[in-house]
Each structure stands twice: as structure tokens, then as C-alpha cells.
Ligand binder design. Sequence first.
Ligand SMILES: [Zn+2]
Length: 138
Amino acid sequence: MGKNDIQELIEQTLQIRDCAYAPYSDYPVGALAVTEDGKYFSGCNVENVSYPAGSCAERNAIAAAIAAGNKNFAFIIIAGDLKHPTYPCGICRQVMAEFQIPYVIIVKENKQYEKIALEELLPHSFTAALVKNIRSYK
Ligand SMILES: [Zn+2]
């Protein structure tokens, strides 16, 4: 994927961020999950007055892809605060590990971005393969 394509997707992610429902944190986040076959799925954070009922942009984007029948992800773009880049929370990292999303793109100021491997975000992650190995002992 070329640099211009990435910039277009980043632009799209920033627009998704504008849709965030974040009246409590005032911390809007947009995410774009990109599948291996080049489809895009949007997610933004959706907060709730009962705080734990809220959900993150990343997980909402992944859920949208899953609901449309897509489980093979190329990467996910995350746009929150650009001055202090938004890295995914622990729960989202675990969900990314579930679907083996190879890397994330964190949007920064001035059209800059950072590409980080999931392996770096969540080393030694708890995976389905691990559970299958445990089951094989029985
Ligand atoms: Zn999260």
C-alpha cells in the first residue's frame, strides 16, 4: 500500500473520529480496520454514563468487520489525540491478538504516523493456540 493510500485512509480515520460519542472523557477516537482484501470498517469510541458499558473505537471497527463476514485483517489505523498519540488499550490489544492483526498505524500530527507491530504492543499474548495446546493435555 502506497504512502498516498495511507494518507487517504488516515483522512478517513480522522473523519470517523469526528463521529465519536465521548461526552465523558472528551477523548474522541476513530479507528479503521483494513482487511487483507482491502475492505475498510469504521469504529469510534461510544461511551456510556455507566462507564464500563462504553466501548473503544478499535473494538467497534473490528466488530463491524466481523459482522460483515471478514476475519482477515491487514492492519488497523487509530486516530485519537494527535499531539499525544493514542495507543490502543489493553483490552483492544487482546482483541487484536485474537484476530492476529499484524500491526497498527497510530496517527500523529502533520500527516505523520507510526507503524507498530502487535507483537511489540502485546508480547507473549494469550492466544487461541495456547488454549488448544492446554486442551491437548487432557
Ligand atoms: Zn480499547
